[in-house]
Design a protein around this ligand. Structure first.
Ligand code: SF4
Length: 393
């Protein structure tokens, strides 16, 4: 076996691992870190418990079909979790471009897109990649806008490859064989957005920017082709769905469809109101029926039951809620290379370090980033715990 697509980082309380075959992040308790590290460095030789083989070993030690991605991302169990502040980010979201063929009703990146930013040059991309890698992130998500329309996508992938995990976040609208090949060759996972299998719902929430094309768009064939192509090429895939009052009643149906296709990881993100500066008038389609979102826990339970009873637990379902108080849990790098986080109380993006906007100091990161929110988000702690305790905010 050649090099395996696993990225490791150590902290005082344990080990963080990105499995590039499933695009999931795991935390290993310090008592077992050394053993797991040795196991990975020895490419799976030696003994580890089955729980590690079925999660961290998925895709290289055991086939994906034999994995169990529904296992907690805190290992060996979530009871062992102690809040940890590692001195590196688990994930940095790099907006490679401000351009995007879509104009999603709920888009919360508009203040770092289109006319609000300058798209980078090749030299900018090299500098931005260096600044990102200085922070030693476990994973970099290439996003936008839509990174597929950036002329620098391949350069960015090559600059990051082997130094951090890389995940491509796209609408899938312009996905192609060529992009699939690039992802496959460079161990890049893909996250594709799909909000409903009913095209009228999906395309209402996620319309095209070009109105003439949008009027003619009567299906979701491009998004589905992107998902199928990614699965065919055995590229790690996450399907992402924004849960809104419009698609709430159709989520199980979407899950049935994704499961039939063979999707292994499905991320459901609760609708987040964009900041007042960028909210679109079309956002009003979600208002008036917001009450449905309050039964978020009920939906989690329904999905867990469906997963157990119909999908054979073969699909891992991740929930992200983005509570207002936790908004500053993400790190966003704008197309110009400035580091931002999402401000609290819908105030929009805030610069992490106004004195060093392109290369924030660790002091500023500590001050501005909500570290427990960051860990909860990427280790999927919050929703697992909520579903277990039956509590809701
Ligand atoms: S695809 Fe993403 S970046 Fe583009 S409009 Fe939709 S949410 Fe915004």
């Amino acid at each position: 076996m050649g090099n395996i697509n696993i990225c490791l980082r150590e902290s005082t309380r344990g080990l963080y691992i990105y499995n590039g075959y499933t695009s999931l992040i795991y935390h290993i308790h310090q008592s077992e870190s050394q053993q797991i590290k040795n196991w990975i460095l020895n490419k799976g030789r030696g003994y580890v418990e089955l729980i590690y083989e079925k999660t961290i070993g998925a895709g290289w030690h055991i086939p994906i079909e034999d994995s169990d991605l529904s296992i907690s991302q805190i290992l060996p169990s979530s009871e062992k979790w102690k809040n940890d502040i590692p001195n590196f980010p688990l994930t940095i979201n790099w907006l490679l471009t401000g351009s995007c063929p879509l104009n999603c009703t709920y888009c919360y990146a508009e203040d770092l897109m289109r006319k609000n930013v300058e798209n980078p040059t090749q030299n900018d991309i090299i500098k931005i990649a260096q600044n990102i890698l200085t922070l030693n992130p476990l994973v970099v998500v290439l996003t936008g806008g839509d990174p597929l329309v950036s002329p620098h996508l391949i350069t960015a992938i090559k600059l990051l490859k082997g130094k951090t995990g890389v995940l491509l976040d796209t609408s899938g609208y312009t996905f192609s064989d060529k992009i699939a090949e690039i992802c496959k060759e460079n161990n890049v996972g893909v996250r594709i957005s799909l909000d409903s299998i009913d095209w009228t719902i999906n395309n209402t929430q996620r319309p095209l920017k070009n109105l003439k094309h949008q009027r003619k768009r009567k299906d979701i064939s491009r998004e589905l082709a992107a998902i199928k192509l990614t699965l065919d090429k055995e590229i790690p895939l996450i399907v992402q769905t924004v849960l809104t009052p419009l698609n709430y009643d159709y989520i199980i149906e979407l899950g049935d469809y994704l499961n039939k296709l063979g999707v292994k990881v499905w991320r459901i993100q609760l609708l987040q109101r964009p900041s007042e500066k960028i909210i679109k008038s079309e956002y009003k389609i979600f208002q008036g029926s917001q009450g449905k979102n309050h039964d978020y826990l009920g939906l989690i339970q329904q999905l867990k039951f469906r997963s157990f009873s119909v999908w054979g637990n073969s699909m891992s379902i991740k929930f992200t809620e983005n509570r207002t108080a936790n908004r500053n849990s993400v790190i966003l790098v704008s197309p110009e290379g400035k580091f931002f986080t999402e401000g609290n109380e819908s105030k929009g993006k805030i610069l992490i370090d106004s004195e060093n906007p392109y290369s924030p100091s660790s002091k500023s990161l500590k001050k501005f980033i909500n570290h427990s929110g960051h860990l909860m988000r990427y280790l999927n702690i919050e929703c697992n715990e909520k579903a277990k305790t039956n509590s809701i905010y």
